[in-house]
Design a protein around this ligand. Sequence first.
Ligand SMILES: C[S@@+](CC[C@H](N)C(=O)[O-])C[C@H]1O[C@@H](n2cnc3c(N)ncnc32)[C@H](O)[C@@H]1O
Length: 266
Amino acid sequence: MSGPSLALDTPELARHYEAISRERQFKAGLELLASLRLRPGEQLLDIGCGTGLLATRAADTVGPTGAVIAIDPLATRIEIAQRRSRPNLTFAVGNAYVLDAFEPASFDVVYLNAVFHWLDDKPAALAQIHRVLRPGGRIGIATGSREHPGVLQRIREEVLARPEYAAYPLRGAAQRICAAELSALLAAAGFAAARIDIQPNEQVHADAEAAIAFAQASSFGNFLGHLPEPLRIRARDQIRVALDEQRQGSSIAQEGARLFAIALRA
Ligand SMILES: C[S@@+](CC[C@H](N)C(=O)[O-])C[C@H]1O[C@@H](n2cnc3c(N)ncnc32)[C@H](O)[C@@H]1O
């Protein structure tokens, strides 16, 4: 399985993400920032900043003597982020695998909120982060846990395993890992004292359609993006029906869990 496509996002998906992430990824991100114990004056790098809600909060936390650079490969998302102007906040199109624009040891903190599971070459990204963090600097990661897949992920896999979709190589699924794997990756990349917490992540959606729209926007179009349009529509319908069958009460509850990791650059 290869990594997600960065060519499937649209302005509509970016706008939808901006609207829905405030109650979801943003709240998890606030917990991540709290665990990082940000201090005034610190220099931060937000990798995969999306539409920039969390980076804005981080910029306010480190104050006028600190600064946040926030990057994301999707121009659609950066365009929305750039409307959040702050003197100590810079948004730019950029990629976790290419941090050459930054000097070695130039950040106190690097964080990735709801991004790490989208990286198919995690050691390469961690090597880049290690280079730009100062010794003793902190890395913070909040990411989905592979051991706790939500119902929508399971249904997506079941539907896409059907013969009509099998000819299209599955790509773009989030590549979640478990806590032990994350701990090993951090150690191998030269990070020490990793603390990893697993926390429940229950997401409630008004209906199956809303749950699918959330997945589409959060995956920047990768949820079913590998399929040609007629098949995509059919798969979406089948997923919606299967999800509705699992409905309990008036809404769809997606159980799951997030990993929160904080580690130090040795
Ligand atoms: C679910 S969103 C999270 C956005 C934001 N961090 C937040 O908390 O709302 C995942 C983000 O990861 C970004 N992403 C995917 N691949 C990336 C890569 N190779 N480097 C940096 N960011 C990446 C996507 O563009 C997308 O904006």
